[in-house]
Design a protein around this ligand. Structure first.
Ligand SMILES: [Zn+2]
Length: 202
């Protein structure tokens, strides 16, 4: 059995000391901010014990990688080493930038890391050019799949409650675009991005 790191041990001790008799931490300040999507009686979940070693993610530990298996089939744009993949259903334009090869962020060589920086800027510009976009949020998490996927969210212009770090939660609350509207947006985005390189696939 793997022991947790000393910083994790002290974090758990601090959380335990700050929790009420029900084992729950007080709500954070963000719960009172106007960008927080939820209201009413809300509780902070009780913190569970660490799981070590952590379980494998999708695409590692012998689990086949869906991103590799999909190739370009779900992509709306691609070049030699990257592809842009839309969510199948999305309340606002949301796309994922993924390397063709099975690599996580730290596994990119310097050349492909530099390409990622340039591509992130190009994708943000192409999303902004769709119109009606107040801000593009860019996010890398990676706890689900081991195949690098960088998220791009196009926040609807003027919807100030959707600003900041609550946007991904809001995007799950809001109903998806009709499929024909989303497909038209994907086409416009793919053609726009291909103007500065790569191939539009939709
Ligand atoms: Zn993969």
């Amino acid at each position: 059995m793997t022991e947790p790191h000393h910083r994790t041990v002290s974090l758990l001790a601090r959380a335990d000391a700050a929790a009420d008799e029900d084992g729950r931490l007080p709500l954070p300040d963000v719960a009172a901010w106007d960008i927080f999507p939820f209201e009413g009686e809300i509780l902070v979940r009780r913190l569970e014990a660490p799981v070590l070693p952590e379980p494998p993610r999708h695409g590692e530990g012998g689990d086949p990688c869906g991103t590799c298996a999909a190739g370009e089939s779900r992509a709306i744009w691609a070049d030699e080493r990257w592809k842009l993949v839309p969510l199948e259903e999305a309340s606002m334009p949301i796309v994922l930038l993924e390397p063709m090869a099975h690599l996580d962020l730290a596994e990119l060589d310097d050349a492909q890391a530099a390409e990622l920086g340039v591509l992130a800027v190009r994708v943000e510009r192409a999303l902004t050019a769709l119109g009606g976009v107040g801000r593009v949020h860019v996010m890398k998490v990676g706890d689900g799949s081991s195949h690098l996927h960088v998220w791009f969210f196009a926040r609807p212009e003027g919807l100030l409650q959707l600003r900041g770090s609550s946007l991904s939660d809001w995007s799950d609350c809001l109903p998806p675009m009709p499929q024909d509207e989303w497909l038209a947006v994907q086409h416009e985005l793919a053609v726009g991005l291909a103007q500065t390189g790569g191939r539009a696939l939709r």
